[in-house]
Design a binder for this molecule. Structure first.
Ligand code: PGA
Length: 221
C-alpha cells in the first residue's frame, strides 16, 4: 500500500489568497507524485474555492472535522454529506485539539460512523489505546498523535512510535498514521523504521517546500 501523507492546516491561513498560494506551491511541487497519496485538509471555508480551482489529481481534499448528523438544526456544524458534495474524500475525526475543547470519545466515534456512512474515509486520531474505536466496519485510518509531540517540535522517537503502532494494530484492523512534529528530516523514519502507513502533518504542511520534501522523502515518484 502506498503511504498516505495528510496535511492538516488547522485554523490557517487567514485569507483565501494565502491558502491558494500555499496550495498552488504544494501542487506544483507534487506534480510528479502519483494520485492518491497526498491529502490536504484546509479550513472548511477554503475547501470549495481551492477545489474549484485545482484541476490536478495528485491532491485529495479532506476536512478537519465533521458532524455526526446528516442534516437539521445543528447551528455551526458541517454535515458529512456536505463534505462529500464538495468533493472531500477524507475527514479528520477526534483530533486532540478538538478533544481538548470538549469532544468526547463517544462524539468522535459517532463522527467516525457518520463519515463512513457518507462515503468519506475518516482519519481517527488517538493518543491513547483506550480511544481506539471498536466494532467499526469500513475503511478508515488511525492516526497516532502523542500529545507531547503535537506542535512542539519534539517528535516521538521512531522506536517508541513503533511499539505503539504494534499495540494499535493488535486492537484494530486499520492502517496507522503517525502525527506530531513531522518534518522532512524525520518523515522517512516513521515509515521505514517504525512501520507506519503514512503521516499526519500539521505545521509543516503550511510550508510548501517543506511539505513537498516530506512527501518526496516517503513516496517514490
Ligand atoms: P504538528 O501537528 O505536525 O504541527 O505537530 C500535527 C497534528 O496536529 O496533526
Amino acid at each position: 500500500m502506498k503511504p498516505l501523507i495528510v496535511g492538516n492546516w488547522k485554523m490557517n491561513p487567514q485569507s483565501f489568497d494565502e491558502a491558494l498560494k500555499i496550495f498552488s506551491e504544494i501542487a506544483e511541487g507534487l506534480k510528479i507524485v502519483r494520485e492518491g497519496e497526498v491529502v490536504l485538509c484546509p479550513s472548511f471555508v477554503h475547501i470549495f474555492g481551492l477545489g474549484s480551482i485545482y484541476k490536478g489529481k495528485t491532491i485529495a481534499f479532506g476536512a478537519q472535522d465533521v458532524f455526526w448528523e446528516e442534516k437539521g438544526a445543528f447551528t455551526g456544524e458541517v454535515s458529512p454529506l456536505m463534505l462529500r458534495d464538495l468533493g472531500c474524500r477524507y475527514a479528520i475525526v477526534g483530533h486532540s485539539e478538538r478533544r481538548a475543547l470538549g469532544e468526547s470519545n463517544k462524539n468522535a466515534e459517532d463522527k467516525l460512523k457518520a463519515a463512513l456512512k457518507a462515503g468519506l474515509t475518516p482519519i481517527f486520531c488517538i493518543d491513547k489505546l483506550s480511544q481506539i474505536p471498536r466494532n467499526i466496519r469500513g475503511k478508515f485510518f488511525i492516526a497516532y498523535e502523542p500529545l507531547f509531540a503535537i506542535g512542539t517540535g519534539k517528535p516521538c522517537p521512531p522506536a517508541k512510535a513503533k511499539k505503539m503502532r504494534i499495540l494499535i494494530e493488535r486492537k484494530v484492523k486499520a492502517p496507522v498514521l503517525y502525527g506530531g512534529s513531522v518534518d522532512s528530516k524525520n518523515a522517512a523514519s516513521y515509515i521505514k523504521e517504525a512501520g507506519y502507513r503514512g503521516l499526519l502533518v500539521g505545521g509543516a504542511s503550511l510550508k510548501p517546500k517543506e511539505f513537498v520534501k516530506i512527501v518526496r522523502a516517503v513516496v517514490q515518484p
